[in-house]
Write a protein that binds this ligand. Structure first.
Ligand code: NAD
Length: 279
């Protein structure tokens, strides 16, 4: 079976560079989709409280028969649970839903900088969770440079990752580089821009030349840039296709050409203004 490279996070924890994301996977489909990914060989699952499907991930982990220590599981704190006590309770809810004693990585999903709860309070709650050992690593998602700087200045633990939107139309390089400078690894969400980049002429040309699909070329671009990715699909053939990234390499010229496609185009919300709190 293909061996997936791992990345060592700033606290020594190892994470497979390629995982499987379950955003927008229906709760009743999540067990089967996750089992398919595990059968194909994925050993890293990215879920979140907001996705409503942690229980399905947990069922798949147990049913797969694979030792829990071989699978890396990430979940994320939902918006609306940013106060300390709410965050601690919500984390217990994640473990209950997964029926697990720990997660490998737990993130603040969004900074919500315009709301009345300070993400520093939320981060300190995650530090408390981390101290109990029930999250092997903690990190953030959708944090901009100013938000990261504030944690670096005022918190004790440096986030292990920042999970942000990155794809060929949103290279997000200054934020990625800031992470590199401070030991905060970038995880690239919506790595194929939810399919929007797949017909790009530059990607089509490279894909035809190297004999791969545009999805594979795009995911390989992320891998060669050193980011962690977890494409989502509920279609087995695509789950397999997205896993087959380690039998070819892009030239530096092709990597640069794909990076040049950047046009600052988001598929998701702007983290500086996003303030959605589920009712
Ligand atoms: P993605 O870029 O992985 O694209 C998924 C879509 O592309 C799916 O609808 C699928 O039908 C299609 N697709 C997948 N593989 C394909 C292939 N080989 N060929 C053609 N089409 C294909 O988008 P995503 O699901 O938004 O992002 C991936 C993961 O990132 C999520 O599942 C989630 O885990 C994470 N995420 C995190 C945040 C956050 O705020 N932290 C936000 C969005 C996504």
């Amino acid at each position: 079976m293909t061996s997936i490279p791992t990345i060592t996070l700033n606290n020594g924890v190892e994470i497979p560079q390629l995982g499987f994301g379950v955003y927008q996977v229906e709760p009743d489909q999540t067990k089967d989709a996750t089992l398919t990914a595990l059968e194909v060989g994925y050993r890293h699952i990215d879920t979140a409280q907001m996705y409503g499907n942690e229980a399905g991930v947990g069922e798949a982990l147990r049913e797969s028969g694979i030792d829990r220590s071989e699978i890396f599981v990430t979940s994320k704190l939902n918006n609306g649970f940013h106060r300390r006590d709410d965050a601690l309770k919500a984390f217990d809810g994640t473990l209950d839903a997964l029926k697990a004693d720990f997660v490998d990585l737990f993130l603040i999903h969004w900074p919500l900088p315009t709301t009345d709860v300070d993400y520093l309070e939320t981060w300190k709650a995650l530090e408390e969770i981390y101290a109990t050992g029930r999250a092997k690593a903690i990190g953030v998602s959708n944090f901009q440079q100013a938000h990261l700087q504030r944690l670096l200045d005022e918190a004790d633990v440096v986030p292990a990752v920042n999970q942000i939107e990155v794809h060929p139309y949103l290279a997000n390089d200054s934020l990625r580089l800031f992470g590199v400078e401070h030991g905060i690894h970038t995880e690239a969400w919506s790595p194929i821009a939810q399919g929007k980049v797949l017909e790009d002429p530059t990607l089509v040309e490279i894909a035809e030349r190297v004999g791969k699909s545009t999805a594979q070329v795009t995911l390989r671009w992320h891998v060669q840039r050193g980011d962690i990715v977890f494409p989502k699909s509920v279609t087995r053939s695509r789950v397999e296709e997205n896993f087959a990234l380690f039998d070819f390499e892009l030239s530096d010229v092709d990597v640069a050409a794909i990076t040049d496609l950047d046009k600052g185009e988001r598929t998701g919300p702007d983290p500086d203004t996003f303030d959605y709190i589920p009712s």
